[in-house]
Write a new protein. Structure first.
Lengths: 314, 356
């Protein structure tokens, strides 16, 4: 018990929670934007890979981290556009298209990596984002290490929570995106384009997802590895239901998740002798399933989710 | 302006031709990454072809590769017919393989006539339970089976690792995490001397035929399709929709589980964590290419196995990354999806008269 208390009182635990939550914040926000407009985007796992690879690659080639971030968002948006074309104007199965995008994106990035860097023993590394060093703030006790010694991408993620909240709750565009995911006929009757709203939301959401991937190669690590996304995208799909499609709760869900994950790493070092390490490795996935079960019963899905819409029909 | 108009009847010719067109289309599209990799394209295609059809050995290698894909393809096809999104084939495959080595590595000893069915049964039950879980979570709590079955893949693979470092570990393996070998009586025999293709292939073909008969000619097949096409109507017609849904989930998981048994008992002889290079996920592509038809699954699995074996061979001689195979397979999925669109819809050009 004392040990557990010590964990919760340590600043490194809270700093780690926020760090682990960062890619998930991007991912859940991205999934939220897509689904609010009525489009499930199972391409998320592959788009994470795209963001991880493209962000890292451009940073490696140009030496500029921020160019890498922009490249990650743009290429993620491009794959989102692909998914959007297949599912919105063409109205094809969102499940199959999303899985197809994930397989295609993952294979393409792996192929590109192997073609550009044939047979390298150690993966090429970049100089990743460094912890912020803000005068006074970073030196504060507790708050300094937890909040002000994170990398710039963590702050970008937090800013995105505010931005997506503002967009969805405070602007006419956000109201239109939410309406198009609930009742596209009504939106069409008002003279707005269902197609453009949905495609726009999917492209923007996918760009956000890719930033989650970029965090992995440009902040959490400094290189690209196969399999490094490791289900984080799927976890976001579970968390967005847990967050009932609201940006504030998305942040909360990602943070809770980050806390549990940070906790299991620490418990692992404490209880490692008794319990096999793999039990702890399962925790994130088990947690996601539990979160889904808790949320599913009262989940208020966007009513037009998964339903294609064609002009002039019905 | 372009207008998308649904056809009154989906074009039969197009529907039948889509898988073939998608397969050819994805092979042609592979020329783009080949060009980027700087390989001589015609020669590369030639290498891929001889890599499969060049010798009896390479051809049987392709059949060996197709074997698990037929099972996982059937698993996906049966589930998708009932609109049950089983994306957990990879995990169920490992559950089946784990059950096979648990039962088949000396726990019980008996003649082959007993051992082989026993190992298959164990794998089928393990895989079936692996999908029954997500299906129950769906019917009880409404938890989306896409996400739960996907996440279970990760949990199961970690569980396999844990078992291979613990209770299932072969004490003779010198620290390498692998299971004890399957006893000889439980091994699926080779079909041709010195070739790796094994009885699992015949079992896969047989299973596909049985699945075809069930889907096309029995009440159960009718029920599964009815639930998939319109669950509300099926319920209205008095069908036990929930029970059908759970039964399909078990059957689908069992098929994926048998894929794992077949790999362990027919090919590898023991279980490691790299038993499957994603056969569960590729099974989804197989099922879609097959238009969810069980017999089509056999053809689609042979095609995709050819892509993998051919690309591997080409990749070895020409130095192109073997990820090209995954790329081609993923493109075939997108092609078949697009093809389905053109079978169901017409694209007409409409004249814009004044109004924008």
């Amino acid at each position: 018990m004392i040990d557990l208390l010590q964990i919760f009182l340590s600043d490194s635990f809270w700093a780690a929670s926020l760090r682990i939550a960062t890619p998930l914040i991007f991912g859940v926000l991205g999934a939220l934007m897509c689904e609010r407009s009525g489009v499930l985007n199972l391409g998320i796992e592959g788009i994470f890979v795209v963001g991880a690879m493209m962000g890292w690659l451009v940073a490696y080639l140009t030496g500029s981290l921020w160019l890498g971030v922009i490249a990650a968002a743009l290429s993620g948006g491009l794959f989102g556009l692909f998914h959007a074309i297949l599912t919105v104007p063409l109205g094809l199965s969102q499940h199959v298209s999303g899985l197809g995008i994930t397989m295609f994106a993952t294979a393409l990035m792996s192929f590109a990596y192997r073609t550009i860097f044939p047979q390298v023993a150690t993966p090429p590394r970049i100089e990743p984002f460094r912890a912020l060093d803000i005068p006074v703030l970073s030196d504060l006790p507790f708050l300094g290490p937890v909040l002000f010694q994170q990398t710039a991408l963590t702050w970008l993620a937090l800013a995105m929570v505010a931005l997506v909240w503002w967009l969805m709750d405070r602007t006419a565009l956000g109201v239109a995106i939410k309406a198009v995911g609930d009742n596209p006929d009504a939106v069409n009757a008002q003279g707005l384009s269902v197609m453009r709203l949905r495609m726009g939301a999917v492209v923007a959401g996918s760009a956000l997802m890719a930033l989650g991937g970029a965090f992995l190669t440009m902040s959490a690590f400094d290189a690209f590895f196969f399999g490094m996304v490791n289900g984080r995208g799927w976890i976001c799909i579970a968390l967005v239901i847990f967050a009932s499609w609201q940006p504030g709760k998305a942040l909360l869900g990602a943070l809770l998740f980050g806390m549990f994950d940070a906790l299991q790493v620490r418990l692992q070092t404490m209880a490692g002798a008794v319990v096999p390490g793999q039990v702890f490795l399962m925790v994130p996935y088990v947690l996601s399933i539990i979160a889904l079960i808790i949320a599913a019963r009262k989940a208020d899905y966007p009513r037009a989710l998964l339903k294609p819409w064609f002009k002039g029909q019905r | 302006m372009i207008e998308i108009v649904p056809r009154e009847q989906p074009s039969r010719r197009l529907t039948a031709g889509v898988p073939l067109l998608a397969a050819i289309g994805s092979l042609l599209l592979a020329a783009i990454p080949l060009a980027f990799a700087g390989a001589p394209i015609i020669e590369a295609y030639g290498q891929m072809f001889t890599g499969v059809f060049g010798s009896l050995f390479s051809f049987t290698e392709m059949l060996t590769r197709a074997t698990p894909l037929i099972f996982t393809g059937l698993a996906a096809a049966v589930a998708f017919r009932a609109k049950l999104w089983n994306i957990g084939g990879e995990g169920q495959l490992y559950l089946g393989a784990m059950a096979a080595v648990w039962v088949g590595s000396g726990m019980i000893e008996g003649p082959p006539i007993l051992m082989v069915p026993l190992v298959l049964l164990a794998g089928a039950i393990a895989g079936g339970l692996g999908m029954l879980g997500p299906a129950v979570l769906k019917t009880r709590f409404g938890a989306d089976e896409v996400v739960t079955s996907l996440l279970l893949n990760f949990i199961i693979l970690i569980f396999v690792q844990m078992m291979l470092e613990g209770p299932l570990k072969d004490p003779m393996s010198l620290g390498w995490p692998q299971s004890e070998p399957i006893i000889d009586e439980a091994v699926l025999p080779q079909l041709i001397a010195k070739m790796r293709v094994h009885a699992g292939f015949l079992l896969a073909i047989g299973t596909a035929v049985v699945a075809h008969v069930i889907m096309a000619m029995t009440v159960w097949g009718l029920r599964i399709r009815a639930v998939g096409e319109n669950a509300a109507a099926a319920r209205h017609a008095g069908m036990p929709v929930k029970r059908i849904f759970l039964a399909v989930a078990f059957a689908s998981g069992a098929l994926a589980g048998i894929a794992g048994v077949s790999e362990v008992a027919g090919l590898k002889g023991y279980l490691t964590t790299d038993l499957s290079p994603g056969f569960g996920y590729t099974g989804i592509v197989v099922a879609m290419l097959a238009g969810l038809s069980p017999l089509g699954v056999v053809a689609a699995a042979l095609f995709i196995a050819s892509v993998f074996v051919g690309t591997d061979s080409m990749s070895r001689t020409m130095g192109v990354s073997s990820f090209l195979a995954d790329l081609t397979v993923s493109m075939s999925l997108i092609c078949v999806l697009l093809g389905g669109f053109f079978a169901r819809f017409q694209i007409r050009r409409v004249r814009t008269e004044g109004a924008a």
